[in-house]
Design a protein around this ligand. Structure first.
Ligand code: PMV
Length: 308
């Protein structure tokens, strides 16, 4: 059966700031979404109509990415929903990959650009970080300018993001989920309002952009101490943007006892946090004792893939 699959991601540095064109870095993780397609008289996703709000991303992907006859889609995702791990981006990218694979037009760049349009259509404001990480796999760095490793450009109005592949040496990440589902769209809209009104919020966004560049440079030279300190600073700035939350705070504090650094990842408020650590089992236990669910993630090396 024709299919497409794509990984989730965690943002290492730069969430929210990237919406304003600042740099951000993410790694794709080894939890994937898979979409299988077979012809059917009417469109279906897991048996439901595409008008079911649960399938808003799938529907928007079909509208953009497919001219052929209707299909029955089966969607399998190992990514927790609303956890800041890019589950909607992974499902979107997997759907577009399956559809482009079937029409023989699959290209990573086309998938990444269409997936960004889908996120924009469904959730309002967005940056290309989630969709590009789910498409490219490995590490992804979004910059204002083009440098070595350039993959593709994503544009929206005045903002242009230059997406790069970045190969990072091995390091260990633990993800802790709060279990609190927090929709990205309204959180991003709240940050926009604060940044427009408050120069301190604008300054925080710019500082986060610098931290991303410093953090990626530290990870590249395997300077985990500096990379961790920068994660802590990034987290504090996200709190200034008021996208933190009490549960996130407890998990981050607990993890830091066993980590170089820790921060919320993704949209915030609820969702997830990450910890950069040498002792993942200890960090997992600490996060779970603080009331979260935790697991170690590995970096996905494949990105979007056409199946079978
Ligand atoms: O939807 P999430 O939780 O993976 O977070 C997305 C990251 C933001 O920077 C908050 C929004 C975006 O589109 O970049």
């Amino acid at each position: 059966m024709p299919s497409g699959s794509a990984p989730g991601k965690v943002i290492l540095y730069g969430e929210h700031a990237v919406v304003f064109g600042e740099p951000a870095a993410a790694v794709a993780v080894d939890l994937r979404a898979e979409v299988y397609a077979r012809p059917h008289p009417e469109w279906r996703a897991d048996g439901a109509t595409l008008d079911d709000p649960k399938y808003a991303y799938v529907k928007a992907a079909v509208e953009r990415g497919w001219r052929g006859p209707p299909q029955w889609l089966e969607i399998r995702s190992r990514l927790p929903l609303g956890a800041g791990m890019g589950s909607s981006a992974a499902v979107t990218v997997a759907t577009l990959t399956a559809l482009q694979g079937m029409s023989g037009t699959f290209s990573r760049e086309r998938v990444a650009l269409e997936a960004f349009e889908v996120e924009l259509a469904v959730q309002g404001r967005a940056s290309p970080i989630d969709t590009s990480a789910a498409t490219a796999g490995r590490g992804v760095l979004v910059l204002r300018q083009r440098e070595e490793g350039f993959l593709w450009e994503v544009r929206r109005g005045e903002t242009a993001w230059q997406v790069h592949a970045v190969d990072l040496p091995k390091f260990q990440l633990v993800v802790g989920t709060t279990g609190i589902a927090a929709p990205t769209g309204p959180i991003v809209a709240g940050v926009r309002e604060r940044v427009e009104k408050d120069p301190r919020a604008r300054a925080a966004v710019e500082r986060i952009g610098q931290i991303t560049l410093e953090g990626v440079a530290a990870l590249r030279r395997s300077d985990l101490v500096t990379a961790g300190v920068l994660m802590d600073q990034n987290h504090a700035l996200l709190n200034e943007l008021r996208v933190g939350g009490p549960m996130l705070e407890s998990l981050v504090k607990a993890a830091r006892k066993h980590a170089y650094g820790a921060k919320l990842t993704g949209a915030g408020v609820g969702g997830s946090m990450i910890a950069l650590t040498d002792v993942p089992e200890e960090a997992v236990t600490a996060i779970e004792e603080a009331g979260g669910r935790a697991f170690t993630v590995s970096v996905d090396r494949e990105g979007a893939k056409v199946g079978p």
